[in-house]
Design a protein around this ligand. Structure first.
Ligand SMILES: Nc1nc2c(ncn2[C@@H]2O[C@H](COP(=O)(O)OP(=O)(O)OP(=O)(O)O)[C@@H](O)[C@H]2O)c(=O)[nH]1
Length: 524
C-alpha cells in the first residue's frame, strides 16, 4: 500500500534532537579523550625509550672508554719495562706474557721493533713471532709514535682485530719500537665482555662504530668490519656527538635509538629498540583508558538523557495539547502540564492566554448567532433551540406569542426608524417582565415570543395579560400609543405532544386576539 510520507517536522521531536545532540557530543568527547590519551601515551613511551637507550649507550661508552684508558696505561707501563732491556729477548717475552695473561685485556700482545720485526709475542705460539710487519696499517703502530688504536684489520690468520699500541721509547728519547695488544672483533674478546650479550627478545640490539663508520661490534657477525649504513645516529657519532632519536635501520625498521661516543678509542655506541616493541604496551594502556572512560561516559550519557527527557516533557505535553482542540479538555490538559522551568512556564501561560481569548471569541460568536441585533433579545434560532431543549428535557412549559397592533401604520406614518424604536421599547418591557429561566425572543418582524418553563396556562395567561397592560400603559417612544395582542398555549410531556403544534396553537390564539379587536390576550 502506498502511504503518504509524513513531513519531517511531524516526525522529528525535541526529545529525539536532544538525545541525538547529547549522544553525539558524548561520543565525540570520548573519542577525543581516547585519541588525546593515545597521543600522549605514545609520546611518553617513545620519550621514555629514547631516554633509556641514551642512558644505556652512555653507560657502555663510559665503560669502553675506561677500558681503553686502562689498556693504554698498561701498555705504557710494559713499554717502559721493554725499553729498559729492549735487547734482551727474554725480558721482552716475559713482559708480553705477563701483560697478556695478567690483564686479560688483549687476545694477544706483541712487541715490534722500528724495522717492523716482531720481537716477542704472547701467546708464544703465535705464528707472527719473528715475522716482519709488511702491512701499511700495521706499520702505523710503529710510525704513530704515540698511543694508537688501529682501524679493524684482517691479518693472514683471518681473525678480524684492532691493535692498541704504545711506542717503546728509550731513556734518551729514541723510539725503539712499539708494544701492541690485539682485540678480536669476531671472536671472544674483552669487547664482548664489556658490551655483554645485549640481546632482547623484542628486537633491541646495540652496535659499535669507529670514526670511519666501520662496524666493530654488531649482533650480526657478518656485518662486523663493514661500513654501517648511513643514518643520523652514525652521522652524529662521527662528530663525537651523543643523543637519541627515532630512525630507520638498515632493514627499513623504525628504531628508537640512543647513541654516545667513547672519546679514547674514538668509537661510537648505538643502543636501539624497534619502535613497534616500544609501543607494544600502548594496547593495554589504551584498554585501561577505555575501561576508565567508558563507564563514566555511559553514566554521564544516561544522566544527560534522563535530564533531556525531563526538559522535553513539558514541551511534549504542550505540543500534544496544541495538536487538537477539545472544548474544555484542552484547557484542563494545559493546566495539568508541569512547566517546571521558565520557558515552558511562559509557553504554557501564553497558550492558556490564547485559549482564553479563543474560548471568549467562541462564546461571543455563539451568543451573536442566537441574538437579535436590533433588540438584544434572542432571535428565532435561540427560540427554536430552547423549544427543542425544553421538549427533550420533558419539562412542562407555556409559550406566549406577542405582536404589535397596527405596526405597519407606525412605520408608514413615522418611518422605519421610529418603527425600530417601538420594537426596542417593547423588547425592553418584555425583558423587564421575564424571570430567571424564561426565554424572550423576537421571532419575526414585529412578532415576539416568551418561553416560560414550569408555567401552566393560567399563570402564563396572567403574565401575558400583565405585560399587555404594561405596554398599553407605558409611555411610547413616539406620539402614537402602542398596544399588543398575545396568544398563549401550554405544552405538557406526553406521547403525542408536539412542540411545533403548541407553537401553532399559540399563533392561532394570537390571530384570534387580532380578529377579536386587538390589545388582548387569548388563551383558548
Ligand atoms: N421598523 C420596522 N418595521 C418592520 C420590521 N420588520 C417588519 N416590519 C414591518 O412590520 C409591519 C407588519 O405589518 P403587518 O404584518 O401588516 O401587521 P400590522 O400592521 O402590525 O397589523 P396587525 O398585526 O394586523 O395589527 C410591516 O409594515 C413590516 O414592514 C423591522 O425590523 N423594523
Amino acid at each position: 500500500m502506498n502511504q503518504a510520507r509524513r513531513p519531517w517536522h511531524s516526525v522529528l521531536k525535541l526529545r529525539h534532537l536532544i538525545i541525538a545532540l547529547t549522544t553525539s557530543s558524548a561520543i565525540i568527547t570520548m573519542v577525543a579523550t581516547v585519541l588525546a590519551s593515545y597521543k600522549v601515551q605514545r609520546q611518553q613511551l617513545i620519550a621514555q625509550s629514547l631516554d633509556d637507550n641514551l642512558a644505556y649507550a652512555a653507560k657502555l661508552a663510559n665503560t669502553v672508554d675506561g677500558f681503553f684508558k686502562g689498556a693504554l696505561q698498561q701498555l705504557a707501563y710494559s713499554a717502559q719495562i721493554a725499553a729498559s732491556d729492549f735487547g734482551q729477548a727474554e725480558v721482552l717475552r716475559s713482559e708480553v706474557r705477563r701483560l697478556h695473561l695478567q690483564t686479560d685485556s688483549f687476545n694477544s700482545v706483541l712487541i715490534v721493533d722500528n724495522d717492523g720485526l716482531i720481537r716477542a709475542t704472547s701467546p708464544a705460539s703465535s705464528p707472527m713471532q719473528g715475522v716482519a710487519l709488511r702491512d701499511q696499517n700495521l706499520l702505523r703502530v710503529i710510525e704513530a709514535g704515540r698511543p694508537y688504536i688501529s682501524p679493524p684489520y684482517l691479518p693472514a690468520s683471518g681473525n678480524l682485530l684492532v691493535f692498541v699500541s704504545h711506542p717503546v721509547v728509550a731513556a734518551d728519547g729514541r723510539q725503539l719500537g712499539a708494544i701492541a695488544g690485539t682485540i678480536y672483533l669476531k671472536q671472544k674478546s674483552v669487547l664482548h665482555q664489556l658490551l655483554g650479550t645485549h640481546y632482547h627478545r623484542d628486537g633491541s640490539y646495540l652496535y659499535v662504530v669507529d670514526a670511519q663508520r666501520r662496524l666493530l661490534y654488531h649482533p650480526d657477525p657478518d656485518r662486523v668490519g663493514t661500513l654501517a649504513s648511513a643514518n643520523t645516529a652514525v652521522d652524529r657519532l662521527a662528530h663525537a656527538a651523543s643523543g637519541s632519536e627515532v630512525l630507520i635501520n638498515s632493514r627499513g625498521l623504525e628504531m628508537v635509538a640512543g647513541f654516545a661516543s667513547a672519546p679514547t678509542p674514538g668509537w661510537g655506541i648505538v643502543a636501539q629498540r624497534p619502535l613497534a616493541a616500544t609501543l607494544k604496551p600502548l594496547g593495554s594502556l589504551m584498554a585501561q583508558v577505555l575501561g576508565l572512560t567508558l563507564p563514566l561516559s555511559l553514566a554521564a550519557l544516561v544522566l544527560v538523557w534522563m535530564f533531556a527527557l525531563r526538559i522535553a516533557q513539558p514541551l511534549n505535553a504542550l505540543a500534544a495539547s496544541a495538536a487538537g482542540y477539545r472544548p474544555g479538555g484542552t484547557d484542563r490538559a494545559l493546566r495539568a502540564v508541569s512547566s517546571w522551568y521558565f520557558e515552558a512556564a511562559q509557553l504554557k501561560r501564553a497558550m492558556l492566554l490564547g485559549l482564553g481569548v479563543f474560548n471568549g471569541n467562541l462564546e461571543r460568536l455563539e451568543k451573536d448567532a442566537a441574538t437579535d441585533p436590533l433588540t438584544g433579545l434572542g432571535n428565532r434560532r435561540r427560540f427554536d433551540l430552547s423549544l427543542t431543549l425544553l421538549a427533550e428535557q420533558r419539562a412542562p412549559f407555556s409559550v406566549v406569542v406577542l405582536d404589535i397592533d397596527h405596526f405597519k401604520r407606525i412605520n408608514d406614518t413615522h418611518g422605519h426608524d421610529v418603527g425600530d424604536a417601538y420594537l426596542r421599547h417593547l423588547a425592553g418591557l418584555i425583558g423587564d417582565s421575564v424571570g430567571m429561566g424564561d426565554v424572550a425572543c423576537r421571532i419575526g418582524g414585529e412578532e415576539f415570543a416568551l418561553l416560560l418553563p414550569d408555567t401552566d396556562l393560567a399563570e402564563a395567561t396572567a403574565r401575558a395579560e400583565a405585560l399587555r397592560r404594561r405596554v398599553a400603559e407605558a409611555q411610547p417612544p413616539h406620539e402614537q400609543p402602542m398596544t399588543v395582542s398575545a396568544g398563549v398555549a401550554e405544552w405538557q410531556a406526553g406521547p403525542d405532544e408536539d412542540v411545533q403544534a403548541t407553537l401553532k396553537t399559540a399563533d392561532q390564539r394570537l390571530y384570534c386576539a387580532k380578529t377579536l379587536g386587538r390589545n388582548q390576550v387569548q388563551a383558548a
